[in-house]
Design a protein around this ligand. Structure first.
Ligand code: 13P
Length: 290
């Protein structure tokens, strides 16, 4: 059972859907990402979802290490906003089980690379396991395009029938893929706004928009008004961090005083991430909604 200081998607997404705003999932990669997402959300009085991919789990030393870090920071920084610790794109039942055992409060099962019958069968088992532990579940239908953590996929729009069948299993949030991609878009994102409205109404579920980076602000706002209640952002935050470090090294600040100290090196990256995350929370309308 997860630590009660963590919340689930059930605690925040129905309200977001009703209030026509979206909660950001910020994918965390290390201590700086976690610290930035928690402190920025706290300053904005916004709920926050910390997403952890299977690759990020390996990088950070496993689910238990991540849970320990997040809970420790919640205490240390006196974080009072709702924090959801969420497995992003869990591709097997076993990894979902591992995340729940490791103290996560929420999981995504991504069966989008399987056929729909297999996807539904495993999602059903995931819902049963999650219910036993009070953990929330996000499931994917259709397929998000692009590349994330080595997982490559083409865009496949979700159908209404798939959405209804997945919703009937009792999932808490539905990643109905409607034209978004992980990473960079070629040209403008071609999002299925009519389908968003239709699927949101037909299932009664909060929809999840993966690939939230690189979509124009007006399209994001339209997607939220059409039923997207959770938006995942990773690439844009990574780029903000990276760009700030490029400036730091190019200006040779590391040669001045203790500029070589890793905490000083990270500082401009951290500030850039804080700003990038704050902009997203404002755009999604979740500030003041904690
Ligand atoms: P981006 O990297 O395109 O922001 O997508 C993040 C995401 O959808 C994580 O699940």
């Amino acid at each position: 059972m997860f630590n009660k200081r963590l919340k689930t998607l059930k605690d925040i997404l129905p309200m977001a859907r009703q209030g026509k705003y979206a909660v950001a999932q910020i994918n965390i990669n290390n201590l700086e990402w976690t610290k930035s997402a928690l402190n920025t959300a706290q300053e904005c009085n916004s709920p926050i979802i910390l997403g952890v991919s299977e690759g990020a789990k390996k990088y950070m030393g496993g689910f238990e290490a991540i849970t320990g870090m997040v809970l420790g920071m919640i205490d240390f920084y006196k974080i009072t906003i709702p924090v959801i610790l969420h497995l992003d794109h869990g591709t097997t039942y076993e990894v979902v089980e591992e995340a729940i055992k490791g103290g996560f409060s929420s999981v995504m099962f991504d069966g989008s690379k399987r056929n729909i019958e297999e996807n539904l069968e495993i999602s059903k088992k995931v819902v049963a396991l999650a219910m036993e532990h009070g953990v929330s579940v996000e499931a994917e239908v259709g397929s998000v395009g692009g590349e994330e953590d080595g997982v490559v996929g083409g865009i496949r729009y979700a159908s209404l029938d798939e959405c209804k069948r997945m919703a009937a299993l009792g999932v808490d949030a539905l990643a109905a893929s409607l034209g978004s991609v992980h990473g960079h878009y070629e040209g403008e994102a071609k999002l299925g706004f009519e389908e968003m409205k239709e699927y949101s109404k037909a299932t009664g579920l909060p929809l999840v928009l993966h690939g939230g980076s690189g979509i124009a602000d007006d399209l994001i706002k339209k997607a939220i008004s059409c039923g997207e209640s959770k938006i995942n952002v990773n690439t844009e935050i990574q780029e903000a961090f990276c760009d700030a470090l490029v400036v730091y090294f190019e200006s040779e600040k590391y040669k001045i005083g203790k500029g070589y100290d890793p905490r000083n090196i990270m500082k401009p990256g951290l500030i850039a991430m804080n700003n990038a995350i704050e902009n997203k929370l404002k755009l999604f309308g979740s500030t003041g909604k904690a």
